[in-house]
Design a protein around this ligand. Structure first.
Ligand code: SF4
Length: 676
């Protein structure tokens, strides 16, 4: 065993550095196994995929080998919350405990940093006169004098959905780059410089893929010098990756372009060109494109397999694209004539050229192996997406060409790629994750959770629950939760598969339990996510009322509530992917064409992973106790139900209402007893 591997083993030993620096530290064999596998791949290079069940301690299992290796490394997370936690809490603790001189940096996308130039513009803008806007702006301004990093996450109390954020952050389109008067003090540039000078850089998957595509954030310069890359929360890699590897253009983007062109034209070349006419033409063609989908409801994704998207008039669609092309061509000619008059025109020319290229691309047939759709909201967004990231992972990551700026380090060792998460598949090859990520040849390790699920948790499918396609299903789920959440005194998380179910169940529970003051009913979207999570975690401590939280989407994963604040997770129905979604349809079709079953090889594994993630909210520590309730009789009546149950941790099954009631009673009376 090499010195490096011995050092890793030593760090996790009963008398090692973790034991002396971490209160209540217990060596765990799964954590050891994972850390050694990661250390070995860092030493030899290659690809390792690790599924580590809840409670394994996977964060330390990859951080210790990375830090002890002395190699330059990137660590990428799916969420900014975990990115901040690694940088501010976990890594500093370990660096101190290990006594290593490691320089660590945090790097996010430009949208996370205050843009000093845009803050200056926002101060002078007419929105600054509105009360709400002025208050938020004044708070940001006060903080801007104190912050060293400009990372907006430091600003507590700023709602991450606030529209003010867009006014004080930059985009690739509106950043002035080296021409900016604030360039030297620019937080985005300083963060990139800091990253380039560091040993370990904590990034996020969005930044990683954005950079693979447009090479804008400095990550592209960083990667060649890095020996190890670890992706935590790797289960999100495929869905995040495809967002950045495809092509898209939106009418909102075009409207902004028209506004910027008019502003710069009047400022730097007034009278030389009819800027108002050019901007109007671009604006009108963008609005006409939006109007082609005026009948569609907001939030719809229109599938687009023919010349025009579903339910749009093909003639109107093609005319709108042709007008857009014409408006872009006119703008390009005008900008070419004034290019040398101001740097703004160079940026604008580049933006219009890109918009023109994209419009022309969307006027042609879809790229083979990709899928197109149109997203409808206040604006319209045209999207072409690859079905997965497999090609990009192979071409731009794993097979990155050898050489001084590629995957071979100075010592001639291949780069190490580690992908980890609590949920990566339902079979031993983790095919759900490895196939779409192009990692079928990677080394696989599955480390099971150390929790005793059979003793700590039960699962139950309520007897007599209607099937989800029955119109009485949602009201029945709401009544069921009302009855049993009342008995449990809150402590219930309801996870829904649709926003509609979330709204209806939320309204029913608020009317039945919230208005009377019996329990506090929280519904996703009522306030900032962070505030809802904090309130729910607080539970009844401090004399607060018991809580029920009704949520969808992002609460299915990454929401950690150890202790008694959460003892019952209710899932409204099996989380199959929506069959009408264009991406789901394209993936299903590809499988059918290759002789596989879309249901068995795609829909069931997707549902299994989502179910496992939702169920994973229940037991977060060795002393947690709880019940998982799935309000979908298909779980016990259909053949695929057995496969879904097998993918869950080995919880005790409750078959009758009596069994459920007595398990609930035990939780209610003595939530700290050691078994249900
Ligand atoms: S360089 Fe770009 S991001 Fe930085 S302050 Fe200027 S406009 Fe903002």
């Amino acid at each position: 065993m090499s010195n490096f591997l011995q050092a890793v083993v030593g760090a996790f030993a009963a008398d090692g550095v973790l034991a002396t620096s971490t209160p209540n530290y217990q060596p765990r064999s799964g954590q050891n196994e994972m850390a050694l596998a990661i250390a070995a791949v860092i030493e030899q290079g290659g690809e390792l995929v690790v599924e580590a069940g809840t409670g394994v301690g996977k964060t330390y299992a990859y951080l210790i080998p990375v830090l002890l290796s002395g190699q330059r490394a990137l660590i990428s997370t799916a969420t900014k919350a975990l990115q901040d936690q690694l940088f501010s809490r976990d890594i500093p603790r370990l660096v101190t405990a290990l006594g290593l001189p490691v320089k660590v940096a945090l790097l996010k996308g430009r949208g996370s940093y205050l843009c000093l130039q845009r803050l200056e513009q926002a101060r002078q803008g007419h929105e600054a006169s509105t009360r709400v806007y002025a208050q938020a702006l004044s708070k940001i301004e006060t903080w801007s004098h104190a912050t060293k990093t400009g990372d907006l996450a430091e600003l507590s109390g700023l709602d991450d959905r606030s529209p003010v954020i867009a006014w004080v952050t930059s985009t690739r389109d509106n950043c002035l780059g080296s021409q900016c008067p604030q360039f030297r003090a620019c937080h985005v540039n300083l963060a990139r410089k800091e990253a380039m000078a560091s040993d370990v850089v904590v990034i996020n998957h969005h930044l990683f893929f954005a950079d693979l595509n447009v090479r804008e954030s400095g990550m592209a310069e960083l990667l060649p010098s890095v020996q190890a890359v670890v992706f935590d929360e790797a289960h999100q890699l495929n869905e995040i990756g495809i967002q950045f590897l495809g092509r898209h253009v939106s009418s909102g983007q075009l409207l902004e372009l028209a506004r910027d062109m008019l502003g710069a034209g009047l400022q730097w070349a007034r009278g030389l060109v009819d800027w108002a006419m050019l901007a109007n033409a671009l604006e009108k063609s963008a609005r006409d494109l939006r109007l082609t989908a005026s009948h569609a409801r907001a939030g719809a994704r229109l599938s687009w397999t023919d010349a025009a998207p579903q339910d749009t008039d093909p003639q109107a669609w093609s005319l709108a694209l042709a007008q857009l092309q014409l408006a872009c061509q006119q703008a390009l000619r005008a900008l070419e004539a004034v290019l040398e008059m101001a740097p703004d025109f160079v940026r604008l020319h580049e933006r219009v050229r890109l918009a023109s290229e994209l419009t022309a691309h969307f006027d042609q047939t879809c790229t083979p192996g990709s899928v197109r759709w149109v997203e409808v909201g206040a604006q319209i967004r045209l999207v072409e997406s690859p079905l997965d990231i497999a090609d990009a992972v192979q071409t731009h990551m794993i097979q990155d060409k050898p050489g001084p700026s590629s995957s071979t380090s100075s010592a001639g060792v291949r780069r190490a790629w580690v992908f980890t998460s609590a949920t990566l598949g339902e079979d031993d090859n983790l095919r759900w994750f490895t196939e779409p990520c192009g990692l079928s040849a990677a080394q696989i390790l599955r480390v099971v959770s150390p929790f005793d699920y059979a003793q700590q948790a039960c699962f139950y499918v309520p007897v007599g629950m209607p099937r989800p396609n029955d119109e009485s299903h949602i009201p029945t789920v709401a009544l069921w939760v009302e009855k049993y959440a009342r008995q449990l005194g809150g402590r219930t998380l309801v996870l829904t598969t649709t926003l509609n179910a979330m709204r209806l169940i939320g309204e029913a529970l608020t009317a039945a339990l919230g208005h009377s003051g019996e329990l506090e009913v929280l519904v996703q979207g009522q306030g900032p996510k962070r505030r809802l999570m904090e309130r729910f975690r607080q539970g009844t401590s401090g004399g607060e009322k018991g809580c029920v939280l009704v949520a969808s989407a992002s609460f299915w994963e990454g929401f950690d509530v150890p202790g008694e604040a959460l003892q019952m997770v209710v899932i409204d129905k099996l989380p199959f992917p929506p069959p009408n979604d264009p991406l789901v349809q394209a993936r299903s079709q590809r499988l059918e064409l290759s002789g596989k079953s879309a249901f068995s090889d795609y829909s069931v594994p997707e549902a299994a992973i989502a179910l496992k993630q939702g169920a994973g909210r229940l037991i977060r520590s060795e002393s947690d106790q709880g019940i998982l309730v799935v309000c979908d009789p298909r779980l016990t009546s259909m053949a695929y139900g057995r496969r879904l149950i097998a993918s869950l941790p080995p919880m005790q099954k409750l078959s009758t209402e009596l069994q459920f009631q007595s398990a609930l009673d035990r939780l209610t009376k003595a939530s700290t007893t050691d078994c249900l």
